[in-house]
Design a protein around this ligand. Structure first.
Ligand code: PCA
Length: 325
């Protein structure tokens, strides 16, 4: 009897310690932008919120600056389970599925309000696609509006002919083609280097990335076109998420909802702050000249038409949902 009691309690102790081991889950989260970028800071707070809410049961380590995977590789890494979670920019994946690229098109949704509306229309489609791909969307946050950085002043798109144009997405490459610039795809993590070596003479991005990558050291003009607000999205591998207990899943979803709201406010704040920082660093931050704006709108029209043709019925459904009053 004594022996049996002993072995029972030993078994219980073993189970308990096994339980303690499996009670803590560790995730890595791959991110592509610098640690000081507002998206990355938001990710760290997201991870801290989850740590607190779960009493340390789910620990997420954020790997910023493309230190685990390069920006275009993160989606596949999350899908394949090489990393449990990751942050991507939807616009990078337009060639895979046009709907991912909707928020990367010039002048389709060109303010925070429009961008929110577009997100609402995109979200159910994207969630369904990601679920098919074995992933779950946790939250998404828009970058600040995109403008043009150049070395020389611009009057019209014709001034961009032959210029070495840094692109980060299929859409930003297409802009270069349409204005006769020379596109070269460089992700944010390599942008400073590309500028220093003269591979890049112009780009379209946000004030935020202008500050992150110190674009002001090489590019002295910023035309605040406010052409689109591409979104970053935080994804998790579905199997990793499903393996969590219900309470932990709830904690992740709650923290994600808060991160989405907090991220949007941060984006707006960073937009204002970064334009001021560009000026302080000698950049002429200018409204686009009328001809440049008209030319870029035309580029946007062409690209929206190309997009709708490729995106088919899903694209039409998205635009209808987006334009519904
Ligand atoms: N910064 C990122 C994407 C959009 C943005 O504002 C970049 O330039 O790569």
């Amino acid at each position: 009897m004594q022996r049996r009691l002993f072995s029972l309690s030993a078994a219980a102790a073993l189970l308990l310690s096994a339980g303690m081991v499996s009670a803590q889950t560790k995730w890595d989260l791959a991110a592509a932008y610098p640690a000081t970028n507002f998206h990355s800071e938001n990710l760290v707070q997201f991870a801290n919120d989850i740590d607190k809410a779960t009493g340390g049961k789910l620990k997420i380590t954020v790997h910023a600056g493309a230190s685990l995977f390069k920006a275009p590789e993160i989606k596949r890494a999350v899908q394949g389970g090489q990393v449990q979670a990751g942050e991507i920019i939807f616009a990078n994946f337009q060639n895979e599925w046009q709907i991912y690229g909707a928020d990367g098109l010039p002048f389709l949704a060109d303010s925070y309000d429009e961008s929110n509306k577009l997100y609402k229309a995109q979200k159910p489609l994207v969630e369904k696609k990601l679920a098919e791909q074995g992933m779950k969307l946790l939250y998404a946050v828009a970058w600040p509006p995109q403008g043009v950085y150049t070395k020389k002043p611009l009057n019209s798109a014709a001034d961009l002919k032959g210029v070495k144009w840094r692109a980060y997405s299929p859409a930003t490459s297409r802009i270069a083609e349409l204005v006769g610039a020379q596109p070269v795809t460089v992700q944010a993590a390599e942008l400073s280097q590309a500028l220093a070596t003269g591979v890049v003479e112009a780009t379209m991005t946000s004030g935020a990335t202008g500050v992150d990558s110190k674009l002001y050291e090489n590019l002295k003009y910023y035309y605040d076109l406010q052409a689109w607000l591409p979104k970053n999205a935080v994804l998790v591998n579905s199997k990793a998420f499903d393996a969590l207990d219900k309470a932990t899943q709830e904690a992740v979803l709650n923290a994600a909802a808060q991160a989405e709201l907090r991220g949007l406010e941060a984006s707006k704040r960073v937009n204002t702050d970064s334009l001021a920082k560009l000026k302080a660093n000698g950049v002429q931050v200018l409204p686009p000249p009328a001809q440049l704006k008209a030319d870029m709108k035309k580029v946007g029209d062409t690209m929206q038409q190309e997009w709708i043709t490729k995106a088919g019925p899903e694209g039409k459904a998205l635009i209808d949902a987006f334009q519904k009053p």
